[in-house]
Design a protein around this ligand. Structure first.
Ligand SMILES: [Zn+2]
Length: 80
């Protein structure tokens, strides 16, 4: 996996948005959607749309965000 993507896994993130479902990406048995900052539009990471195996650390609806892209975090939300 791209090292830049190693960051934090979040269950809830605010001030972000994803693109339309047509632009979701399939990687292995996961479906991902890119996540963008609402205020500056930067690509922050991905949201897991579908995860085949529910026993994995990540589940559908979770976010994986690049740590260095986050200006502030408290474990639940981004304040940009
Ligand atoms: Zn931003």
């Amino acid at each position: 996996m791209d090292n830049e993507l190693v960051g934090g896994v979040f269950r809830n993130v605010v001030n972000v948005h994803t693109l339309s479902p047509e632009q979701d990406r399939r990687i292995g048995d996961r479906t991902l959607s890119d996540v963008y900052c609402n205020s500056c539009g930067n690509l922050l990471g991905v949201k897991f749309i579908e995860v085949a195996n529910d026993d994995e650390a990540v589940r559908a609806g979770y976010f994986l965000l690049r740590r260095k892209k986050l200006k502030k975090w408290n474990g639940q939300e981004i304040v940009d």
